[in-house]
Structures are given as structure tokens and as C-alpha cells.
Design a protein around this ligand. Structure first.
Ligand code: BTN
Length: 256
């Protein structure tokens, strides 16, 4: 990974970022959380490989060497910040735009944090807050982004038919990272993130589709009718009851 190349693609805003680049690390998010307070700038941690890449809901994010982008960005949170859903929405929108701009591919977003190309997941996002011990409030956030760049040829069998890759050369990583950082650079204070919702809704692969999900051990099925202004998914169940899903994972139901 070439820091200088990322800085050149960033142009004048490169001075806002402090990079730490590793060949191998357990998880860029874990490291970011441990070291978040060490810089006044927006800290960016990137690795060529992760040995313990983490996903949402305690899952692992497979992160083999020289095959993807594994990065975490640390940002200051406004004093009123208390929900990472809109941050995930904004980040997914920015990453989607960046991939489309740099590669010409068409991306779709699966609520809430996954980006798909050709119906396969190419990117996951994991946003985590860091609490200030004195105030008990979130003072910084870590946005973790994992993108499969080159191939999924040697991925574990259980990811067959689920994970995909952009299938581009690894030397495009620096350009893509810079394009993502240009977008994230607009998130100052983490306020006003509702602005990303309209594009997020446009790119959604679940809106107006039949979805299923599990809550308290019970399975539900219905139509995703809206993504509300908090970034939550609104679902009309088969019995016409309308419910709001704030977290967790939904599955797309294949209909003929
Ligand atoms: C998901 O798919 O549930 C989210 C995956 C997030 C993976 C990225 S890779 C960089 C950063 N470090 C981690 O350990 N996780 C995130």
C-alpha cells in the first residue's frame, strides 16, 4: 500500500489525514479503537491483511493478503451523537459512489451496511463508537470498511455464492481509498448525515422487495416499504402490520 499515492489522489485535503499502514494486523478497527486518541487529525488505519477482521454481529470478515481494502477511519463525534445507523448509511452511500466512480461498476446497498455488485457482497461496513470515560458519551467513532478487490477464488467455501469481488487490479486500491476519504471528509461532527438518505434509498436493493428477518427467535416476512429518516427499515408484514427494524440483518426473499 502506497501512502504517497493516496495523498496525491487526495490533493489538498490530504493534510487532514494521518495514515498508519500495516502489512498485517489483527483488525484495523480494533487497533483504531485502542489508538483513537493519539491524533488530532482524522486517523486512517489500513492493512494489507487482517488476521481477525471483524464484521457486524460478531462475525469474522475474511481479509486475505493483497486482495482487498481493509481500513478504519477515526472521526470526532458531535456531543449529541448517539446512533451509528445514519453514519453507516452515509458511509455506504459514499463507498458505493466511490466504487462506481473509480471502477464504472454498478453497486447496490443491502440495508444496512453491505454493498453488492452483481448480487454478490463486495463490501461490509462496521461503525463503532468510542465512549469518553468521563461523560459516558460517544466522543469518537471508528468506521471500518472492508472491500474485496481482486478475487474470491480462495475464499472459504461457506462464502460461495455470497461474497464477490470488484475484480480490479490491486494497484487501483489507493485511488479508491482516496475517493472514499474525500466522501468521509464531508462528515464533520457527524451531523447532517440525513442528507445521504435519498441517494441511499436510490441504491437500495431491498426497498419494495419482500424480505424476512428474525426477532426474538421468531421469523417475520414482509415488504420493505421505506427507509425512514433515522435510517431504519420499515416493513409491512403479511398481516399489514407495519414495523420498524433498527438493527440486525434482513434476508431478501426470492420471488418468482
Ligand atoms: C460486515 O460485513 O459485517 C462488516 C465488515 C467490516 C470489515 C472491515 S475490514 C476493516 C475493518 N476492520 C475490521 O476488523 N472490520 C472492518
Amino acid at each position: 500500500m502506497n501512502e504517497q499515492a493516496i495523498r496525491e489522489y487526495l490533493g489538498s485535503i490530504n493534510s487532514k489525514f494521518d495514515f498508519e499502514i500495516f502489512d498485517v494486523i489483527d483488525s484495523t478497527n480494533t487497533y483504531a479503537k485502542k489508538t483513537a486518541l493519539s491524533s488530532e487529525l482524522k486517523k486512517v488505519i489500513i492493512a494489507d491483511k487482517q488476521t481477525n477482521g471483524r464484521g457486524r454481529m460478531g462475525r469474522t470478515f475474511y481479509s486475505p493478503e493483497d486482495n482487498g481494502i481493509y481500513m478504519s477511519v477515526v472521526l470526532d463525534a458531535d456531543k449529541d451523537f448517539n446512533d451509528s445507523t445514519l453514519l453507516t448509511v452515509a458511509t455506504a452511500t459514499v463507498v458505493c459512489n466511490a466504487i462506481e466512480t473509480v471502477t464504472g461498476l454498478n453497486c447496490e446497498i443491502k440495508w444496512v451496511n453491505d454493498i453488492f455488485v452483481n448480487k454478490l457482497k463486495v463490501c461490509g461496513i462496521l461503525a463503532e463508537g468510542i465512549l469518553d470515560a468521563k461523560t459516558g458519551k460517544v466522543s469518537k467513532v471508528v468506521i471500518g470498511i472492508g472491500i474485496n478487490i481482486k478475487s474470491v477464488e480462495n475464499f472459504p467455501e461457506e462464502l460461495n455464492g455470497i461474497a464477490g469481488a470488484l475484480n480490479i487490479d490491486c494497484n487501483m486500491r489507493e485511488c479508491l481509498i482516496a475517493e472514499i476519504l474525500k466522501g468521509i471528509n464531508q462528515f464533520d461532527g457527524l451531523t447532517g448525515l440525513e442528507e445521504y438518505l435519498s441517494l441511499y434509498r436510490e441504491k437500495s436493493m431491498v426497498l419494495n422487495k419482500i424480505v424476512s428477518f428474525t426477532r426474538d427467535g421468531k421469523n417475520y416476512k414482509g415488504k420493505a416499504i421505506d427507509i425512514n429518516n433515522l435510517g431504519n427499515l420499515v416493513i409491512e408484514l403479511e398481516n399489514k402490520e407495519v414495523i420498524t427494524v433498527k438493527s440486525g440483518e434482513i434476508r431478501l426473499v426470492v420471488t418468482e
